[in-house]
Structure formats: C-alpha cells, structure tokens
Design a protein around this ligand. Sequence first.
Ligand SMILES: [Zn+2]
Length: 71
Amino acid sequence: MKNAECKKCLNKFQQKDIYTIQQFQYRKIPTYKWSLNFFKKLEINEWDSFCEKCITEYAEKSKEGWDKLKA
Ligand SMILES: [Zn+2]
C-alpha cells in the first residue's frame, strides 16, 4: 500500500521507501549540523518524508550550498 507521501513532489509511495534528511548524518561533508541548519531554512526537519528522487536533489543542493560557502 502506498501510504507515504513525499513532502516535496507529493508523490505517494511505500512506507519502506521513505527517505529523510537523517540519512545525511552519514556523510562527512557537509557536516550534519550544517545540513540540519541548511534544511531548517527550507522548513524541512528530520521527520519529513521524501522520495528517493527528491532526497537526491536535496543532497546535491545542500552540497552545492556548502561548496559555495567554502569556496
Ligand atoms: Zn519526491
């Protein structure tokens, strides 16, 4: 049953396919603390659900933001 919804694209998908920004705590750069702050500005918190496509977009977007800051 597709009972989960992506906060960004509003697509429905299965609960087991949910991604959250919590997965970013496993990447070294940007730091998780920085990532949390970055997403806070976009009004996204650790409990928001996203599909794989959108979380990948956010991963790139946040990395770009970090690179810009550190350039
Ligand atoms: Zn999505």
